[in-house]
Write a protein that binds this ligand. Structure first.
Ligand code: X8Z
Ligand code: ZN
Length: 618
């Protein structure tokens, strides 16, 4: 089973089901290797390793489908009992992962064909949250992780005498421009995570112990080891990518702060300080699109308001999903199976507790793919629907890979697929699908507006995408202890994003826990990488069709040639190091921020002009 993203439990078992699938070990020279086993391998042979991997794949297939189904029910219907079941399934998965990872160690010194070595390495990182071998550890870990996920999913707080959910609170953060109200809602949501802190700290101890048993310094090192490069090199790589994008972010920040200052005054938005995080239209200030109107370039022609178009055309959640599906099929991908529509959850049920955070699921690693989303009819969720379907189409493209390779080339690829497709939602595309009238297509003079809207989500996100796991890396390494979890979080928020809380935080606050992926235990650097990769993919696709205009005007809707090339990358799954997959589609072996810079180039010039007489920075 593989889902993107969702519950704690799912993350425990990182590899994959495919019950009944025959197990392939696509090495053509295993037999030769058996004869020529290295001298250090006098106890175990390559044949032993081959059999071990075959059995491991079978075992994981069976358990993962079971766990996926239990998890699906738990995330769609959070109760005492489904939490109990999910914790049990997670414990079983965790025990299996730990056993297999430890058994794999016996082959450490054996010279293996590259493909088998890759699978062995993958096995050691099968879980991002490994339990240690000692009795009771997997149970304790699974119970904590399931509990954290459920606590987030059911979180509510009192506002004006009523208990409100994240969905309701988010609407207020998106729409209100009353600083007092925004502050109250922002602080209110953060009360739900206060009780998580002790469990979180205990979980960190357990997964560090498990990671150390696997030979990693801590769980952060285990996570950083998943990118076909040295863990330290990966840190340098993320910093390099950030340095590329930072000048653009700094300009955007400077302009947004100045516009918010005009709106709210010096008291609320001082011009030399980080921006108050509750004023940016999003509960975590991770995407700022909801305050676009405040920063809309003056005098520039209007862009396109997708929310309004969807509303005016009577779109509902189902139609949004079908429209996104059509984008993929227009590129030559097979339509989604009927079961997708029968089994997915696409609107928020009123009668039960669900985890509303959007996710894509692969229940059996064959055809039972689904999404779970409390979809609202707006532009943001229209993009998210494409994001989720990107996961599903990727899952289906690599379903014929061996079990251990049914995954993204790296996790950033998985997050970038649907986003790349959504970059093709241009005005011209909206005309093609009947959402916009030909006469309403904004001219070149609206490019600034289009780019500003996009930057408020995509550029604003980049430092947030980077800092979340920088925080977790520090937590895992012990550089941050429970006593300074929260200060450490806000130091990074300030350093990278230039945002600050609306008021000093209480001593017991655990603000990281109010962001889904912390209690949901989903690594986050994947989204940072995806924000670089999606533009790289988009540029490669546009180059492939010979598009000559500005990148943000390019749409690859209906282009089967691009679809074929795209599919060639997707169907590789994780069978090869990610630079091979990247090269297959883009011709380059390096992740590179120059495509996002090229996309926003006209905006960058505008921002620099706007900021000319301003003091930027914080
Ligand atoms: O969690 C998600 C997706 C599911 S994989 C909806 N995203 C991150 C977030 O919401 O924080 C997509 C963008 C970043
Ligand atoms: Zn995703």
């Amino acid at each position: 089973m593989k889902l993107f993203l969702s519950s704690a439990v799912s993350v425990l078992a990182l590899t994959i089901a495919g019950c009944g699938n025959s197990v392939e070990v696509p090495s053509d020279n295993v037999d030769k290797m058996v004869e020529a086993a290295s001298p250090s391998s006098d106890q175990v042979t390559v044949q032993d390793a081959k059999e071990f991997l075959e059995n491991a794949e079978q075992e994981k297939s069976v358990l993962n489908e079971y766990q996926a189904r239990v998890d699906w029910v738990n995330n769609n219907f959070i109760t005492e009992d489904t939490n109990w079941l999910a914790a049990k399934a997670s414990e079983q998965a965790s025990l299996l992962d730990t056993r297999l990872a430890n058994e794999a160690k016996q082959f450490n010194d054996l010279s293996l064909p590259e493909d088998m070595r890759r699978k062995m390495d993958g096995l050691k990182r099968a879980s991002n949250f490994p339990a240690p071998e000692r009795q009771g550890a997997a149970k304790e870990l699974s119970e904590i992780m399931t509990g954290l996920n459920a606590a987030y999913g059911t979180g509510k707080f009192e506002y004006k005498g009523e208990m409100i959910t994240l969905t309701e609170a988010s609407d207020i953060i998106a729409e209100s421009d009353d600083p007092e109200e925004l502050k109250a809602i922002w602080e209110g949501w953060r009360t739900i995570s206060v009780p998580m802190k002790d469990d979180y700290a205990r979980m960190v101890e357990i997964v560090n112990e498990g990671s150390q048993e696997l030979g990693y310094a801590d769980a952060g090192a285990l996570w950083r080891g998943g990118y076909d490069m040295d863990a330290d090199e990966f840190i340098a790589e993320t910093n390099r990518l950030w340095e590329q994008v930072k000048p653009l972010y700094d300009q955007l920040h400077c302009n947004v702060r100045a516009e918010l200052n005009e709106k709210y005054g010096n008291e609320v938005v001082p011009l030399d300080e980080p921006i108050r995080a509750d004023l940016l239209g999003n509960m975590w200030a991770q995407q700022w699109g909801n305050v676009y109107e405040t920063v809309a370039p003056e005098g520039a022609a209007e862009g396109v308001d997708t929310t309004k178009l969807l509303e005016d055309n009577d779109y509902d959640a189902l139609k949004m999903v079908q429209t996104a599906e059509k984008f993929f099929t227009s590129m030559g991908f097979e339509p989604l199976p009927e079961t997708f529509y029968e089994r997915s959850l696409i609107t928020k049920p009123e009668d039960r507790e669900v985890v509303c955070h959007a996710s894509a699921w692969d229940i059996d690693e064959k055809d039972d793919i689904r999404i779970k989303m409390c979809t609202k009819v707006n532009g943001e969720d229209f993009s998210t629907v494409h994001h989720e379907l990107g996961h599903n189409f990727y899952q289906r493209a690599y379903k014929n890979q061996p079990v251990f390779y049914r995954n993204g080339a790296n996790d950033g690829f998985h997050e970038a697929i649907g986003d790349m497709v959504a970059l093709s939602i241009t005005p011209e595309y909206l005309v093609k699908i009947g959402l916009l009238d030909e006469s309403e297509v904004p001219g070149e003079d609206a490019d600034l507006a289009l780019l500003m809207r996009q930057a408020m989500d995509k550029v604003a996100f980049v430092p947030f995408g980077l800092m979340v796991d920088q925080w977790r890396w520090k937590v895992f390494s012990g550089e941050l202890t429970p006593a300074n979890y929260n200060e450490g979080w806000w130091e990074l928020r300030e350093e990278y994003q230039g945002v600050k809380p609306p008021a000093p935080r209480p001593a017991d606050a655990f603000d990281p826990g109010a962001k889904y992926h912390i209690p949901g235990n989903t690594p986050y650097m994947r989204y940072f990488l995806a924000h670089i990769l999606q533009f790289q993919f988009h540029k490669a696709a546009c180059d492939a069709v010979g598009f000559e205009g500005p990148l943000h005007r390019c749409s690859v809707y209906g282009n089967q040639e691009v679809g074929e090339k795209f599919n060639a990358m997707l169907e590789m799954g994780a069978s090869k190091p990610w630079p091979d997959a990247l090269e297959a589609f883009t011709g380059s072996r390096e992740m590179d921020g120059s495509a996002i810079l090229e996309y926003f180039e006209p905006l960058q010039s505008y921002l620099e002009e706007q900021n000319e007489n301003r003091t930027c920075g914080w």
